[in-house]
Design a protein around this ligand. Sequence first.
Ligand code: ZN
Length: 509
Amino acid sequence: MASVEEQLYALWGEVQDLDTASEILGWDQETFMPSAGVEGRGKILATLAGTRHEKLTAPALREVLEACAEAAEPGSVLAAQVRCARRVVDRAVKVPGSLTRELAETQSQALAAWQQARKAADFSHFQPYLERLLHLKRQEARAVTGDSSPGDGALYDALLDEYEPGATTAALVPLFESLKAALSPLVQGVVESGVTVDESAAQGAFPAAQQEAFGRRMAEAFGFDFAAGRMDLSTHPFCTGFNPRDVRLTWRYQEDDLRPALFGILHETGHGLYEQGLPASGHRTPAGGAVSLGIHESQSRLWENLVARSRPFWHWALPQMQEMIPSTQGATVDTLWPALHTVRPSLVRVEADEATYNLHVAIRFDLERALFAGDLEVADLPTAWDAAYGDLLGITAETAADGVLQDIHWSMGAFGYFPTYTLGTLAASQLMAAAERDLGDQDEAFARGELKPLLDWLRRHIHQHGSRYEASDLLVKATGKLLAADDFLAYIRTTTEAVYGVSVAPAES
Ligand code: ZN
């Protein structure tokens, strides 16, 4: 007779297999599937989602889970397995099936409406769908909290928890306020300096095949194992890990600018290294996966920004780039590096630079909370959006397509997702500072292309733990402190000063 723990893993393995099957189909849809296949694919995904929900809510799993909870010593691996499984099972049990189906249906209609609205730059076309989604997501959040009249923050926290377990509005608000207070004047200072960066070292004519080959070489140099992964083209770059021995990256390119492809690939490589570094023994168990979207994003941002955008790294990488992409032969580290750190207030989040990016996220975080608190009506969202962009970035969108309609997230009901981008950015700087305290300054290592010590450090402190610890505990264990903005702000001030000669004193708190 198998132990309760083994029974849990057997049942969980089936749930996870269904997840993985959906992910494989999703990956295929974004890479190779003909566009006419959408409808047929949707049916398969719906069947898998339904079967998954049945397995998650089956009495057998809940009984085994309760038995494991009783057997688990506090702080043990089994306790972590129970914590992770319960989060998913509780959500599945608490949210009525009728609501889940209604949400899925509304989301697919809202997605189509959003695409049309965006094309026509007409928010009013999307508005009724967004209102309906908001109404349903409120019901979902209420069901998850189990409270008939939860406080304003509690509803939003229930949504946030799906992406960033354990995160709360109360902890996030001061982080975002300190970012706004520091970054808005910094960006303003750059604009007022009148300094413009010559970006020609990153612009020109770069054949896609050469960009791909160089991107692959750099991904390998970071430690990505192509025997346990692959890379294909897609419209929007992403990474998906089916298990640590099968991790998929995607990329896209621009032939006149080498930055989108290269930094996109190296961003996804950071995600991929995390997926490949998850414990093989934890695969198909509740606590075996990545701990949160924020921690996942910390890995991508760390490799993309703190390694691949660092000056020392380019002393090592540039000669290789010039060999593989001959049209970059005119570039030097001194001309290329500033072009990797331009700061420019812009309207579109996905095209934003390191300094302005978190302001885009802060705006969405504030608006989402206002919507859920009932302080903002959907009808007033475009005006509130434009006002926030005017306040923080000093710019206003000409049309709603570049404004309130730019992101896909809300049309998919993904409220509470945006903050994880910023959590990842902050955690990346905090982890890098901690790694350098342990390993010593990495500049010389980067300049020699020695990236393995850093990867090994991340494997030890982050990857190998899967979801053994909650995200905030994992970060404290790795860095000695709770998530804070100071390491990121120190980094962004230093680079901005070096590129633009603009310095803004840290605000006294
Ligand atoms: Zn990412």
